[in-house]
Design a protein around this ligand. Structure first.
Ligand code: ARG
Length: 468
C-alpha cells in the first residue's frame, strides 16, 4: 500500500524521479518542532470540539512528543518518498497509533499547516535576529563610549566634509540597526495572524474552534479569508526584506571599515582574530571577514528577489511553487544571523587609531562650513558667505595652508573686524563646539544620545535575557 497521505486516488506508484524532484523534506525538516507544536494544539482543539475523544487527543499529543524527541536526537529516518515534514510526522504518528493517528489531519490541510509552521518559525527567527541586532548595537555603543572624545572627519562623496564626534559616527549605525529592528517588529504583526482553519483553501464544514488554537499558539488574530491564507507569503517577503536591508547596512559598514583599515586611511586597527594573512606576501593583514560580510549581502538580496519572482503571477490559492519559499527564507536567515554575530564581535574588538586620526584632522578644511555659518550670523547673506569662504579655501589650496593660517588682513576684505572674530570659530575643535541643532554632532546633543541609547539598550538587555 502507498505510504502517501494522498494515495487513495492513485493506482500506480510515483516515479522515483518525481519523488526526488518534488520532495522538500531535505530542507523543511527544519520546521519539525513548529510543525509538531501546531499539531498538538490542533489535536487539543479537535478534542474540545468533539472531533476526537479526550483519550485520543492525549495519545496523539504524547506520540507527537515522542516523534519530536526522536527527530531531536537525529534518530528519525527521513525519506523523499514522504515528501515533506507534515507527511513524515503524520506517517510516524499512524505507525505508532494506527487509526487514532489517522484522525489528526481532520479539518486541516497541508496548505494551512505549512503557513502556520513557517509563521511559528519566523516568529522565533525574528526574536533571534532582534537579539543579534541588539548585540551589535551594544557593541557600537561601547565603541562610542570608549572614543567619546575623538573627533573624526565626516564624509560626503567620500570627500572630507565636516567634523563629527566619533560617538556620533558610531551611533549612526545604532540608528540604522534600530530601524531594522523596528521593521522586524512590524513584520511580526502580520506573522501573528493564525492561518490554521483555512484548510485547503475554503475552510471546513467541521465544527472547529480556531480561536482556541490561536490562543494556544500565541497568535494575535485569526486570518479573515481562507483563500488568502493558503496563497499568502507576504510575511516571508517582509521578513527577508528586513534581513536584506540589514545586510545592506552591514555591507556599507564593512566597506567603510575596509577602507578605514588601509594604510591610506589608518583610522582603525582591526582585531587580528578577525583578519587573515596572505600565502605569499608576509606583511599582509587582510580584512577578509569584512569582505565576506559585504559579499554575503548579495546572497540575501538575491533571496529577496527569488521570493518576489516566485510569487509573481501565482493564481489563487495554493500552488506548489510556494514550497520553494523556504530555500531563500532559510538562507537569508542563516546568512544574516552569522554576519550579525561576527560583526558584533569585530565592532567590540576594534579600536580607533586616535593618533593617526588626529594627525591629519586639520586637513581638508573641515571647518569651512561652520565658518560660512558664522559669516551668516555676521549678517552676510548665505550665498555671499558661501562664495567668500569658497574663495578663501581656493587661496588656501594654492598656498598649501589651512583656514586658520589665513592672514587677518584677508578676512578684513570680507567684512571689517572679521580678522579678529574668525579666530574664535576656526579649527576642527571650535567647529565641533559650534554645532547646536537637535540631532547634530554638538557635544551636548551627542551626550544626550549616548545617555538615551545606554538606557534603552540596557533595559532591553534585561528583557531579552528574561525571555530566553
Ligand atoms: N510542502 C508544501 C510546501 O512547502 C506543503 C504541502 C502542500 N502540498 C500540496 N500538494 N498541497 O508548500
Amino acid at each position: 500500500m502507498s505510504q502517501k497521505t494522498w494515495g487513495g486516488r492513485f493506482q500506480g506508484g510515483t516515479d522515483r524521479r518525481v519523488e526526488a524532484f518534488t520532495e522538500s523534506i531535505s530542507f523543511d525538516r527544519r520546521l519539525y518542532r513548529h510543525d509538531i507544536r501546531a499539531s498538538q494544539a490542533h489535536a487539543r482543539m479537535l478534542a474540545a470540539s468533539g472531533l476526537l475523544s479526550g483519550d485520543e487527543a492525549e495519545r496523539i499529543i504524547v506520540a507527537l512528543e515522542d516523534i519530536k524527541l526522536e527527530m531531536e536526537r537525529g534518530e528519525f529516518a527521513f525519506s523523499a518518498e514522504l515528501e515533506d515534514i507534515h507527511s513524515h510526522v503524520e506517517h510516524a504518528l499512524i505507525e505508532r497509533l494506527g487509526d487514532v493517528g489517522r484522525k489528526l489531519h481532520t479539518a486541516r490541510s497541508r496548505n494551512d499547516q505549512i503557513v502556520t509552521d513557517v509563521k511559528l518559525w519566523i516568529d522565533d527567527a525574528i526574536m533571534e535576529v532582534d537579539r543579534r541586532l541588539h548585540e551589535l548595537q551594544s557593541a557600537f555603543l561601547s565603541l562610542a563610549e570608549r572614543h567619546k572624545e575623538v573627533i573624526l572627519p565626516g564624509y560626503t562623496h567620500l570627500q572630507r566634509a565636516q567634523p563629527v564626534l566619533a560617538a556620533h559616527y558610531f551611533l549612526a549605525y545604532v540608528e540604522k540597526f534600530e530601524r531594522d529592528r523596528e521593521r522586524l517588529k512590524d513584520c511580526r504583526k502580520r506573522v501573528k495572524v493564525l492561518p490554521l482553519g483555512a484548510a485547503a483553501l475554503a475552510g471546513t464544514s467541521l465544527p472547529i474552534d480556531r480561536d482556541s488554537v490561536r490562543r494556544e499558539l500565541g497568535f494575535e488574530e485569526l486570518a479573515r479569508n481562507s483563500l488568502d491564507v493558503s496563497s499568502d507569503r507576504d510575511f516571508v517577503v517582509e521578513f527577508v526584506f528586513a534581513l536584506a536591508l540589514a545586510a545592506v547596512h552591514l555591507s556599507g559598514w564593512a566597506e567603510e571599515w575596509i577602507l578605514w583599515a588601509t594604510t591610506e586611511f589608518h583610522f582603525l586597527e582591526l582585531p587580528d582574530a578577525f583578519c587573515t594573512g596572505s600565502s605569499i606576501m608576509p606583511h599582509k593583514k587582510n580584512p577578509d571577514v569584512l569582505e565576506l560580510i559585504r559579499g554575503k549581502s548579495a546572497r540575501v538580496i538575491a533571496d529577496l528577489q527569488q521570493l518576489l519572482v516566485l510569487l509573481k503571477g501565482l493564481p489563487l490559492a495554493y500552488n506548489r511553487d510556494l514550497q520553494e519559499d523556504k530555500v531563500p527564507l532559510f538562507d537569508a536567515f542563516d546568512t544574516v544571523s552569522s554576519c550579525l554575530e561576527i560583526a558584533a564581535a569585530i565592532v567590540r574588538e576594534t579600536r580607533l587609531d586616535e593618533k593617526a586620526i588626529a594627525s591629519r584632522l586639520e586637513e581638508g578644511h573641515l571647518d569651512a562650513t561652520t565658518l560660512m555659518e558664522f559669516l551668516i550670523l555676521q549678517g552676510i547673506p548665505m550665498r555671499s558667505a558661501h562664495e567668500a569662504v569658497g574663495k578663501v579655501v581656493r587661496w588656501c589650496e594654492e598656498h598649501g595652508v589651512r583656514l586658520v593660517d589665513v592672514p587677518a588682513s584677508q578676512w578684513e576684505t570680507i567684512q571689517e573686524g572679521l580678522g579678529e572674530k574668525v579666530r574664535g570659530v576656526l579649527g576642527v575643535r571650535q567647529a565641533i563646539d559650534s554645532f547646536r541643532s537637535i540631532g547634530s554632532t554638538a557635544p551636548s546633543q551627542v551626550a544626550q544620545q549616548l545617555a538615551f541609547w545606554r538606557n534603552r539598550l540596557a533595559s532591553e538587555k534585561e528583557k531579552l535575557e528574561t525571555k530566553e
